[in-house]
Write a protein that binds this ligand. Structure first.
Ligand code: NDP
Ligand code: MG
Length: 385
């Protein structure tokens, strides 16, 4: 039985993690979990799995939750709570599915505590890949990807000669606005952005898919996870989201992982690795039903964010942390209808241009840069209206 700590239990990845746990109750238990504000969604999990520790976003939510759960459940709040959940002494593995750069410190703490980690929170590696991978190596912990593309790459590397890898090819659905021109992107709405053609995900990552920033963050994530230079990481539009990513080897053999677009597969693979557990028939891929799969070059003129991410990744140091903070803040403003879709990339570009890079940032540097960048973006947005 693997004992789990789950950050972001009420989110898209969090609830799908519970789906997997629910179908394999003999394999997994939950000792600690965190969520933000969604008490209604969290309560059934707390009652069913009886975690010893629950952490929430702030003291207000903590007070509301207290009378609703057994007194034996310890309740914490804020970043301290996230760290305690991530490092709970009774847990074997952390599933980090919280949203945003707040996920970084709990990941680092879990590494120090020697926990196995299933990582959905891509912001961890985007903001501080150098710190995270150094500690992973030193502590000898297992860090498993949950992001579907990285799970596909990881699966396509099993049993292979890693020194013979010549290229990673990350597939992108193209998001909600795949077929729109630059001109048509000017007036798209939040509601349109949230209609992803293939995947059902949280709001922020759905917008990131539409700007292709999600692909950019994934390129940086892949660079750190697999220790591959940016020159050897390609992206390609694949509108069906069936081929989840590919690995090319020196002999030009290409190995890919395929499946229906469902996060259940990569979540379960991280949970059960190296074992493979059963998933129901409805998850079966019937290629004959699809008939054809399509692949296209990415147009980075139309979607600038992917290019910004490559540039930020190659510059390194504190630049990817700025890219991420500016994007998180800009997407939040877009979701709250304060800015237009194309202003997201304007704000990210402006933040990158104004940043004085710190070449080997510490955790403290990254936290400070994150706060400062968000503040800058907020000031610029105020000046827009
Ligand atoms: P959601 O927005 O659906 O869920 C986010 C979770 O984090 C919720 O449980 C939310 O709580 C919690 N949360 C948010 N802010 C805070 C905070 N300040 N303190 C504590 N908890 C907080 O996100 P997703 O599940 O879509 O994404 C989670 C991560 O996984 C992201 O990093 C994303 O990039 C990555 N990912 C997601 C994929 C997907 O298919 N969704 C695919 C690949 C990667 P509450 O709602 O209760 O407030
Ligand atoms: Mg992905």
């Amino acid at each position: 039985m693997k004992r789990l700590s789950i950050l972001g239990a009420t989110g898209s990845i969090g609830t799908q993690t519970f789906d997997i746990i629910g179908t394999h109750p003999e394999e997994f238990s939950v000792v600690a979990l965190s969520f933000g504000e969604n008490i209604e969604r969290a309560l059934p999990y707390i009652h069913q799995y009886r975690p010893k520790l629950v952490s929430v976003k702030n003291d207000r939510i903590k007070e509301r939750l207290r009378p609703l759960v057994p007194s034996s459940v310890k309740i914490l709040a804020g970043i301290e709570g996230l760290i305690e959940v991530a490092t709970h002494p009774d847990s074997d593995m952390l599933i980090n599915a919280v949203l945003g750069s707040i996920g970084l410190e709990p990941t680092l703490a879990a590494i120090e505590a020697g926990k196995m980690i299933g990582l959905a929170n891509k912001e961890t590696l985007v903001t501080a890949g150098h710190l995270v991978m150094e500690r992973v190596k030193e502590k000898g912990v297992t860090l498993l990807p949950i992001d579907s593309e990285h799970s596909a790459i990881f699966q396509s590397m099993q049993g292979q000669d890693k020194k013979a890898i010549s290229r990673l090819i990350i597939t992108a659905s193209g998001g909600s606005f795949r077929d729109l021109s630059r001109d048509e992107l000017k007036n798209v709405s939040v509601e349109d952005a949230l209609k992803h053609p293939n995947w059902s995900m949280g709001a922020k990552i759905t917008v990131d898919s539409a700007t292709l920033m999600n692909k950019g963050l994934e390129v940086i994530e892949a660079h750190w996870l697999f220790n591959i230079p940016y020159e050897k990481i390609d992206t390609i539009i694949h509108k069906e989201s069936i081929v989840h990513s590919l690995v090319e080897y020196h002999d030009k053999s290409v190995i890919a992982q395929l499946g229906v677009p469902s996060m259940h597969v990569p979540i379960q693979y991280a949970l059960s690795y190296p074992k493979r557990l059963e998933l129901p028939q409805e998850k079966r891929l019937n290629l004959w039903e699809l008939g054809a799969l399509h692949f296209e070059k990415v147009d980075t003129e139309r979607f600038k964010c992917l290019d910004f991410a490559y540039q930020a990744g190659k510059l390194g140091g504190s630049t990817p942390a700025v890219l991420n903070a500016a994007n998180e803040q800009a997407v939040d403003h877009f979701l709250n209808k304060r800015i237009s879709f194309l202003q997201i990339e304007d704000l990210v570009e402006r933040a990158l241009n104004e940043h004085q890079m710190v070449s080997n940032p510490t955790l403290e540097d990254i936290k400070e840069i994150d706060i400062r960048t968000r503040q800058q973006v907020n000031d610029w947005v105020k000046s827009y209206v």
